[in-house]
Ligand binder design. Structure first.
Ligand code: PNS
Length: 168
């Protein structure tokens, strides 16, 4: 049984993430999508850990060998506890590679977990959750970049935030 993890913040999940999860689900027997819930970054998030996990559970419903879990602390600890021997990461461009290589080597030095890099589909090479949020905040159309349900939730959350900002 080959188990892999697709880790990330997923704030929110994009079509680029879905592409990598879908391809990991074809390469491995079981895939766990692991949502980082480290508290240090929680204030900067648009969606709570529970909301991000619910979105991913909805989006991954069509992949029978994919489950969603939250994790806190080290990714290698999560992998060791669950008998996961591979970390799947999507690479958008060479600019991702430096940091991803550093993390892969650090993780391999902590345990024997392997990192498998999957080149992202060219149509997603510019896609990042942070940019999706920024563009949507200023009224840009990101409906083609995230799953439809996520787009609805994103639009609602940004409208809530805008109302809160107006009220001071
Ligand atoms: O979507 P992101 O923000 O690029 O995801 C980054 C994530 C959550 C995969 C990464 O920050 C991570 O693995 N965090 C867990 C803490 C950890 O293990 N840090 C050491 C990495 S070498």
């Amino acid at each position: 049984m080959r188990r892999a993890v697709c880790p990330g913040s997923f704030d929110p999940v994009t079509n680029g993430h879905v592409d990598i999860i879908s391809r990991a689900s074809r390469l491995f027997d079981e895939v766990v999508v692991a949502v980082g819930v480290n508290k240090s970054k929680s204030r900067a998030r648009l969606f709570s850990a529970e909301e991000r996990m619910a979105m991913l559970t909805d989006v991954c419903a069509d992949f029978p060998n994919v489950t969603v879990a939250g994790f806190e602390g080290l990714l290698t600890t999560f992998c060791a506890e669950r008998g996961i021997d591979a970390i799947v990461k999507g690479l958008r461009a060479v600019t991702d590679f430096d940091y991803e290589l550093q993390m892969a080597q650090m993780n391999a030095s902590l345990t024997e977990v392997e990192t498998v890099f999957v080149p992202c589909a060219p149509e997603y090479s510019f896609l990042a959750s942070s940019l999706v949020k920024e563009v949507a905040t200023f009224g840009g159309d990101v409906s083609a970049l995230v799953p439809p349900h996520v787009w609805t939730l994103l639009t609602e959350r940004l409208a809530e935030r805008a109302r809160e900002d107006q009220q001071g």
